[in-house]
Design a protein around this ligand. Structure first.
Ligand SMILES: [Zn+2]
Length: 329
């Protein structure tokens, strides 16, 4: 079996960080910004100068500026799901922060519907399953983030599958957002939380304290045995993005994915941002195979182990189980 042969489940992928480069070039021109391809890449992709999550997050500025129309949002969503399907991704949850796309008089319904439409088109054409996660942003007002929960509730089961909290973790502590997740929980909205990427285990424990079953990154749990044990005991899934973690300097030296997997932590392998990180899921799998002792069966098991954690109904989960049962035969 090769990396391409593995039917993959991708749970942590940002829409704006995965904008198609040719589209971005075309749309920048439409908006009167005449980039050379080289300059455009410099705006959209990290280079060796990136030193932190905050540097990394600057690479979203241009794509957010370009993604201010329904047409562009739908196209970006469609292109991304189509690309994933061609890489043999069978289920994907793509996330974005709707509040970042309201500069051009769009409202939350417009932006959410556009991104759902892009997914629906790709689903019809390629059969790729999944949906959209709406991100609340650290640093946004409570009211803005409450609006995200309420719009998620409105489109839950109609393309939206859950919510997230993203942004500058080292500046805005996870614990400050606890009441929002309590509210989301009371409304029956599934959630995942970025934690333990740019901040310490306190952030992970704050996320666990509000009952999350999934953590975006969470790799800093290697700093504290008790927190790693808590993740194992509470059967939490970490959405691990190796290339991104190197770039944001969330880790230095060897990436802990292999240790975590062997310790019994549930792991979903994702890429975070295909364009910003200049990666795709198959390249990410190859990288893990090259740099660790994990083998292709371990990568397959990470996918199978992700199924219980996807934000989907039992019918979808059973469908995925059947697909992997065939592969294992
Ligand atoms: Zn992320």
């Amino acid at each position: 079996m090769t990396v391409e042969d593995i039917p993959k489940i991708v749970l942590h992928l940002h829409l704006d960080g995965s904008i198609d480069i040719n589209d971005a070039f075309k749309w920048a021109l439409e908006d009167g910004i005449n980039y050379t391809k080289k300059d455009l890449l410099k705006e959209l992709q990290v280079d060796e100068n990136v030193k932190s999550l905050n540097d990394y997050l600057e690479k979203f500025n241009l794509s957010c500026k370009l993604l201010q129309t329904c047409r562009r949002l739908e196209q970006t969503s469609y292109n991304l799901f189509m690309k994933l399907a061609k890489l043999n991704v069978i289920y994907a949850e793509v996330r974005f922060a709707p509040n970042k796309h309201l500069d051009n008089n769009l409202n939350l319904d417009d932006v959410v519907i556009s991104v759902i439409n892009g997914f629906n088109k790709a689903n019809l054409e390629m059969g790729i399953m999944g949906g959209i996660i709406l991100c609340m942003m650290r640093g946004d007002t409570k009211e803005d983030n409450l609006n995200i929960i309420n719009i998620a509730k409105k489109y839950l089961g109609k393309g939206v599958v859950g919510i997230d909290l993203a942004g500058a973790e080292a500046i805005y502590p996870t614990r400050d957002y606890a009441s929002l997740f309590k509210y989301a929980k009371s409304e029956g909205i599934p959630y995942t939380i970025h934690a333990g990427e740019a901040a310490s285990v306190d952030s992970i424990n704050a996320a666990l304290d509000v009952g999350t079953k999934r953590i975006g990154h969470g790799i800093r749990c290697i700093d504290d045995n008790a927190t790693e044990k808590r993740i194992i005991d509470e059967e939490i899934l970490l959405e691990v993005c190796v290339t991104s973690n190197y770039q944001t300097e969330a880790i230095s030296g060897k990436h802990p994915i292999e240790k975590l997997y062997k310790d019994g932590v549930k792991i979903n392998i994702s890429t975070d941002n295909d364009t910003v990180s200049n990666i795709d899921i198959n390249k990410e799998y190859e990288k893990i195979l090259n740099e660790t002792n994990l083998d292709i069966n371990d990568l397959l098991e990470c996918n199978i182990g992700s199924i219980p954690y996807i934000f989907a109904n039992n019918e979808v989960k059973e469908r995925l189980q059947r697909i992997y049962k065939e592969i294992r035969k």
